[in-house]
Design a protein around this ligand. Structure first.
Ligand code: FAD
Length: 416
């Protein structure tokens, strides 16, 4: 079914009896042309673009849990394209452009809200680095605006400007950045893919790959074997575990990242703010809760729950940049598993096994990448060639030494 203002009106006056499930509960077939493992944002976006832009048929998405239960429904909902390195900036700007047309494309309200993302700076060298980043963004067609302390004060007078260990000197603003309702992205892509005949199969965990003579011919699942001409893996935090079933060891570590929501407050923060002297980012949801987060937990884990030292660290960051947050009560918190790559940048590539493709290493910035990741993975699966904006995300960059180290932190995932 389609969604429109007319439809809402019609359902309102007929007792809301005509709404149908957003996607079918599909039963697995014996074989597909393309199987995508992982029904998160990236897997569903891939299926949608395969069907809608690359004219592919007989596609299934296999999800071990439920749609929206992974990181796509656990993140802090921030979208932006404020990167410095060309390999990243071109890709994330492509993604932001796809976000801008997403709701029309998938016919689903994902609450794409471009309220601006502001990165605060606290020192002169940090300002200079932001100027450089802003220029790199503009060279790639993105928007960027440098603000001094007065400019920031006009937007957010309640921030801790002077009475702080790191006084705020200004910020780099990307007005087109913002937030998107995270689980609606999964539901929207699932709805659009389903409409084009993609089978979305929940409660279907892939337990092994069928690999014969160096070619992947299908998968074993908790709902039986399923054959496929091509298999694409998009399992985010589970990348290491799933690719190990194909005998591959990835340059990826899994860490937990936590998110926090305060009680509902009156509107005070219409954009996203990130603290430049510590790791803290915050926005306010339409329901009024402050949604915030910070660093990943310090050690590797596959548990979708976090630890108290990081809670303390995130709250300290919040208190130093926005002391009034101390008066709000924390309502909820949760964790998700991050696929932290060694240079902080993602991987979208074929593997050495014929017919097996990999998408992962999104670290904690993969939500904003969802549309471009899906589009370029679909491009690779359908044409066996790389999309222009994702050519650098090859797996062999780690052996060739061509790291895309946006933060300049070296091969240390917990610092990216
Ligand atoms: C707390 C938190 C805050 C974040 N904040 C942001 C942010 O503000 N902005 C941003 O850009 N990014 C953010 N991220 C990162 C972003 O959410 C992820 O990078 C992105 O969602 C990962 O891609 P995905 O949506 O496909 O992952 P997921 O939704 O995790 O999808 C992967 C799916 O694969 C399934 N799966 C795993 N193994 C198997 C198997 N064997 N068989 C079948 N299915 C399997 C899982 O069940 C899961 O549903 C955040 C993440 C977290 C946890």
């Amino acid at each position: 079914m389609g969604y429109s203002a007319f439809r809402i009106f019609k359902e309102a006056v007929t007792g809301h009896k005509g709404w149908k499930p957003v996607w079918r509960k599909a039963e697995p077939l014996a074989e597909y042309d393309i199987i995508i493992i992982g029904g998160g944002g990236h897997g569903l976006a891939t299926a949608h673009y395969l069907a809608s832009k690359f004219d592919q048929k007989r596609i299934a998405v296999l999800e071990k849990g439920w749609i929206g239960g992974g990181n796509v429904g656990r993140n802090t909902t921030i979208i932006r394209s404020n990167y410095m390195l060309h390999e990243n900036e071109a890709f994330y700007e492509f993604s932001l452009k796809l976000w801008e047309g997403l709701e029309q494309d998938v016919n689903y309200n994902a609450m794409v809200s471009q309220r601006g993302v502001l990165n605060l700076y606290h020192t002169d060298p940090q300002r200079d680095a932001y100027i450089r980043r802003g220029n790199a963004m503009m060279l790639n067609g993105a928007d960027a605006k440098l603000l001094d302390a007065e400019g920031v004060r006009k937007m957010y007078p309640f921030l801790n400007f002077d009475d702080a260990r790191f006084p705020i000197r200004g910020g780099l603003l990307q007005p087109r950045g913002g937030t998107v309702r995270h689980d609606a992205v999964a539901w929207g892509y699932a709805h659009a893919a389903d409409k084009r005949g993609v089978d979305i199969i929940e409660n279907c965990e892939v337990t092994a790959f069928d690999i014969q003579n160096g070619k992947c011919t299908g998968v074993q699942t908790t709902r039986g074997p399923i054959g496929a001409k091509k298999v694409g893996v998009a399992v985010a935090g589970n990348s290491g575990r799933v690719m190990a079933m194909a005998g591959m060891r990835l340059p990826i570590e899994s860490h937990v990242l936590q998110a926090f929501v305060s009680e509902g407050l009156k509107p005070l923060l219409d954009g996203v703010i990130t603290y430049g002297a510590g790791h803290f980012y915050v926005s306010q949801s339409d329901k009024g809760g402050l949604v915030f987060g910070g660093d990943i937990d310090g050690y590797n884990s596959y548990a979708q729950r976090g630890n108290l030292p990081v809670v303390e660290d995130v709250c300290e960051g919040g208190m130093s940049v926005m002391p009034m947050i101390g008066k709000a009560r924390m309502l909820r918190m949760w964790g998700g598993i991050m696929d932290m790559s060694m240079d902080g940048s993602p991987i979208i590539d074929k593997t050495h096994i014929d017919g097996l493709y990999f998408n992962g290493g999104w670290c904690y910035g993969g939500f904003k990448a969802t549309p471009a990741s899906g589009y370029s993975f679909a491009h690779l699966l359908a044409t066996d060639t790389y999309h222009d904006t994702a050519k650098a995300y090859r797996l062999d960059r780690f052996s060739r030494g061509y790291m895309i180290d946006e933060k300049g932190q070296g091969a240390q995932p917990n610092l990216h």
